[in-house]
Design a protein around this ligand. Structure first.
Ligand code: FAD
Length: 382
């Protein structure tokens, strides 16, 4: 293995490069990044950067120390796995090994009005400049991102309306009953639940029932899609993300995919997952780099490192930290613990009584034991 290319320049790319060098890879390393920034961390974008507490969130990625040829502002446009070449908008990049790490793109709603999203550093700067005292800000989606944007907009003195299609904040991720726990947090927001948006038009948002909500700023936070468009025609197996096995291998030899882009097979859950969270991208990239080197060294499959962690993420909103670990299915029972009303917790149990997921508000110390208990349950279920 002499020439390793990484398509995408986010968290996963930075972690993969660091791991490859730490593990002794001394070949050529090329990173393609559509943005003009070196890899940076996204979680602060909707938190400290939007609030104005910091201006950037760089990741450890020193091109000289790492010996990386970083091609900033170069977009991968196609992949030929037979010729082993990545097409870009600035020439071809041949590879011996390839890591696909192009992340995800925000979903946009119909309409010709301006809709801001928060995916990139430049997005965060644009939105931050628009959060002025008194501005009428409409946030579409009471999602993880929507809640963080609403928090920053309130802090900036904006008048905030949130339009949510579901019956409660975060209901798409957590269900209506658990999501309702968070409704009181939105007391300073004009939160409109069960409200569907038809289009974003100049000057405001048109609802499905024909009503119009006027706005100075519209922020759409209704989810993301894996950035797979450039891989059309590559022959890779792609569904809701690039399909990889528990070793992060795609259907093409020597081609790996990780992070928000990948839909990985989880032996633990007996299911394919696309986990759009920070913990996942960094951990998967570390394992993919190790698998790549192990494969090049002829290591038998049984000895390859497996990537199958219990999914974890956090969100900081309305002055609280929510942490969630595990994965709950539709048949699981949610047990809501409001004995401490300021710090609620939720535990999800499988039909046979094992803990499958845990959520805590400002309960940082309880995370590790919950994660361990969930790992034990999920091993027992697999
Ligand atoms: P990305 O970080 O998206 O990096 C992909 C990179 O590839 C991007 O720089 C993109 O420009 C580039 N790219 C895309 N297409 C191409 C192409 N064709 N050619 C070249 N380059 C390309 N997770 C949490 O757990 N907790 C949080 O609180 C949290 N907050 C978040 C807040 C925001 C605003 C965002 C956007 C995400 C947040 N996340 C959070 C999720 C977490 O940041 C992502 O899961 C993580 O960044 C995924 O890393 P990645 O490397 O897979 O993709």
């Amino acid at each position: 293995m002499t020439r390793f290319v990484v398509a995408g320049a986010g968290l996963a790319a930075a972690r993969a490069c660091a791991t490859l060098r730490r593990k002794g890879f001394d070949g050529e390393l090329v990173v393609l990044g559509a943005e003009h920034h070196a890899p940076y961390d996204r979680p602060p974008l909707s938190k400290a950067v939007l609030r104005g507490d910091r201006d950037d969130a760089p990741l450890p990625f020193d091109v000289d120390t790492l010996g990386v040829r970083f091609r900033a502002g170069v977009t991968a446009t196609g992949l030929n796995v037979t010729e082993r070449v990545v097409r870009t908008d600035d020439g071809d990049e041949p590879f011996d090994g390839l890591l696909l790490a192009t992340g995800a793109e925000p979903v946009r709603l119909p309409g010709s009005g301006e809709q801001l999203t928060v995916r990139t550093l430049d997005d965060a700067y644009t939105l931050r400049s628009r959060l002025r005292p008194g501005a009428r800000v409409v946030v579409i989606g009471a999602s993880w991102i929507g809640a963080e944007v609403a928090t920053a907009a309130l802090a900036a003195g904006c008048r905030v309306t949130c339009l949510e299609a579901g019956p409660a904040p975060l209901s798409a991720a957590l269900g209506g009953e658990v999501g309702a726990l968070f409704t009181p947090w939105w007391s300073d927001v004009d939160l409109r639940l069960d409200t569907k948006v038809a289009s974003v038009d100049p000057g405001g948002v048109q609802l499905a029932d024909g009503a119009v909500v006027t706005a100075d700023v519209v922020v759409t936070g209704v989810g993301v899609r894996p950035a797979t468009g450039w891989l059309a025609g590559s022959g890779l197996e792609i569904g809701n993300g690039v399909h990889v096995d528990e070793y992060l291998r795609t259907s093409a030899p020597g081609v790996f995919a990780v992070g928000d882009l990948a839909a990985r097979w989880s032996p633990r859950l007996g299911a394919r997952l696309r986990v759009e969270h920070w913990d996942e991208a960094g951990a998967a990239a570390t394992v993919a780099a190790q698998v790549l080197l192990a494969c090049a060294a002829g290591t038998p499959e049984a000895d390859l490192p497996v990537h199958d962690p219990v999914p974890y993420f956090w969100s900081d909103q309305f002055g609280r930290k929510i942490q969630h670990v595990g994965r709950h299915g539709p048949a699981d029972r949610a047990e809501v613990d409001t004995s401490d009303t300021a710090r609620p917790a939720v535990r999800w149990y499988s039909p046979d009584g094992g803990l499958t997921a845990w959520l805590g508000v400002d309960r940082v110390k309880e995370l590790v034991p919950a994660r361990k208990q969930i790992a034990d349950t999920l091993v027992a279920l697999s």
